[in-house]
Design a protein around this ligand. Structure first.
Ligand SMILES: Cc1cc2nc3c(=O)[nH]c(=O)nc-3n(C[C@H](O)[C@H](O)[C@H](O)COP(=O)(O)OP(=O)(O)OC[C@H]3O[C@@H](n4cnc5c(N)ncnc54)[C@H](O)[C@@H]3O)c2cc1C
Length: 513
């Protein structure tokens, strides 16, 4: 069992620890780092700002993995080279290629490692048509919440220390500029000082720091855009602390303007209720993304509705269209969803074949709250949603012609999704969609050991960065083709950071460095 030295140091009983690795943040990357440390016989202390563990990490439905035992068993032959090529093409190589390759190389081993601890894989899902899918998104039984629970239990079992309600405030640096620990403040007002051989920043990015968002992210402040909603935990500790602490020792930033958008979401907050809330909200969110007809605020189509599940593309298309959309369907289409389920999935939350029996309730509640609209005629619906009524009819009739031809010459919607509207008999429905985001993707520039770098690519000794505190892994947008990359990169970066700390220490002991 590992013992961590603790000694009260002053009359106010401030706390002082000496350990091998100190980790700021008890989410996915921080916990995976702590568990890896404990496995390696290192003393690790996790300091978590909030009174619960997990951060955003309680939400992921699943993670990217390549070459896992699960894939082998199911004869999925996706290779790292294949995924890497797609990712680099997606980002036009405007990203940290060697770090991405390192994280992809580790991804399968990370999934297998979790399953060794008892995490169960429910299946591999995709938001893409099968022929386009890379088949890498491993869905966790019990979602990320179970992964967090299993990792934290095992850290404690192996003697690691986790302190909640203890936000990290400062880095300790010696005269040579080496990071030698951190200072935190716990909820009893005590100063917690931890000296360590290495520190890891795992604080989850800056999704809840309004000033940083305004400063760094153009999507948040572009004039004339409809509201951008936040989709994340109700209590969120992700305020950019790890990034700012790394900046305090001259670390460099990368891709700070990039968000992981997730759209469309109904104009109803908190948006997280549509992701993890009552059935009628989840089904309404699913109805919003169905491929019947999407129009922008002028009543024009703007996207290939067949790909309504590809949430990052939808976010980007909406950004190019004022940030707002309307999803239109008629009474027959609504009935189809109730009796048969959706045509396209909403993540792993509402999937084809799952009857949407709470839809009527959702529409009723949506009409009360102002995110759903119902009318007996197309023209009346147009008036309700401030779209020129003749324009709305014109767009619907055009789509009906495409349905007759089974060909969409404008946006190439799949023929199966070209369903004809009943233009004579109502009712007609419109759901109002806005953009939402759930992660920041900018952060600290790192090398393949997850070590923080300065603007000249020089290592900042003693400082590692993981998960959403890392920058440079995405260019201008989240890459959904590599499904589950965010949580995968978080989990793997924690493991790699600790392995590199272990190797550095061995090298130092042997006077190699
Ligand atoms: C709704 C939702 C759904 C998602 N679904 C998926 C999915 O299906 N697939 C996928 O790959 N990814 C998904 N993600 C993203 C995934 O959750 C993140 O990529 C992952 O959690 C990032 O790990 P992290 O360690 O960087 O941050 P987190 O897991 O968010 O942990 C950061 C922790 O640091 C703590 N902290 C902050 N500041 C301090 C401080 N000063 N001192 C101490 N602690 C601090 C926070 O309180 C938090 O607990 C989803 C996210 C959300 C919000």
């Amino acid at each position: 069992m590992i013992s961590i030295k603790k000694s009260p140091v002053s009359s106010t009983e401030d706390l002082k620890y000496d350990t091998d690795i100190v980790i700021a943040g008890g989410g996915l990357s921080g916990l995976s780092a702590a568990l890896t440390a404990a496995e390696s016989g290192l003393k690790a202390i996790v300091l978590e700002k909030l009174n619960f563990l997990g951060g955003a990490g309680i939400f992921p439905e699943g993670s990217l993995g390549i070459g896992t035992r699960y894939q082998k068993k199911n004869e999925i032959q996706t290779t790292t080279a294949e995924v890497f090529a797609k990712v680099m093409e997606f980002h036009h190589w405007r990203c940290n290629a060697s770090v991405i390759r390192t994280l992809l190389n580790e991804s399968g081993k990370t999934i297998d490692w979790l399953t060794d601890y008892g995490v169960e894989i429910k299946g591999i899902r995709t938001m893409f048509p099968p022929e386009k899918s890379l088949k890498v998104w491993h869905i966790f039984k019990g979602s990320g919440a179970r992964v967090v629970k299993i990792m934290s239990e095992n850290i404690k079992k192996k003697g690691g220390l986790i302190l909640t309600n203890t936000p990290v405030k400062k880095l300790l640096i010696n005269d040579d500029g080496v990071v030698i620990g951190i200072v935190a403040k716990n909820d009893s007002g005590k100063t917690v000082t931890v000296t360590a051989k290495a520190a890891i920043m795992a604080t989850g990015g800056f999704v809840s720091n309004k000033e940083m968002l305004k400063k760094y992210v153009p999507d948040v402040s572009t004039p004339g855009m409809a509201k951008l909603m936040y989709r994340g935990p109700a209590v969120d500790g992700r305020t950019g602390d790890g990034i700012n602490l790394a900046l305090s020792v001259n670390a460099a930033l990368a891709s700070m303007g990039t968000l992981a958008g997730n759209s469309p979401y109904l104009d109803n907050e908190p948006a997280i209720r549509q992701f993890r809330g009552p059935d009628h909200m989840k089904q309404m969110r699913c109805a919003l993304s169905q491929p019947f007809l999407w129009v922008n605020r002028h009543g024009d189509r703007f996207y290939n509705e067949s790909f309504g599940s590809v949430f990052s593309d939808v976010y980007n298309a909406m950004t190019s269209n004022g940030g707002l959309m309307w999803s239109i369907f008629d009474g027959h289409m609504k009935q189809y969803m109730i009796e048969n389920g959706p045509l396209t999935p909403f993540n792993d939350i509402v999937v084809p074949g799952q009857k949407m029996t709470a839809l009527d309730k959702g529409i009723r509640k949506g009409i009360e709250s102002g995110f759903a609209f119902k009318a007996d005629t197309i023209e009346a619906l147009g008036n309700k949603i401030h779209i020129e009524p003749t324009k709305l009819r014109e767009t619907i009739e055009k789509v009906n012609r495409y349905a007759d031809q089974k060909n969409d010459p404008d946006f190439s919607r799949k023929p199966d999704h070209l369903v004809k509207f009943d233009t004579q008999n109502g009712p007609y429905f419109a759901l109002k969609g806005l953009r939402a985001f759930f992660l920041t993707l900018g952060g600290i520039k790192i090398n393949t050991n997850m070590q923080a770098l300065d603007s000249k690519d020089k290592i900042i000794p003693g400082l590692h960065v993981t998960g959403q505190d890392i920058g440079g892994l995405y260019d201008s947008t989240y890459d959904l083709l590599a499904e589950g990359s965010a949580s995968s990169f978080a989990l793997s970066s924690g493991r790699i950071a600790v392995r590199s700390i272990v190797q550095n220490n061995i090298a130092r002991k042997n006077n190699v460095v």
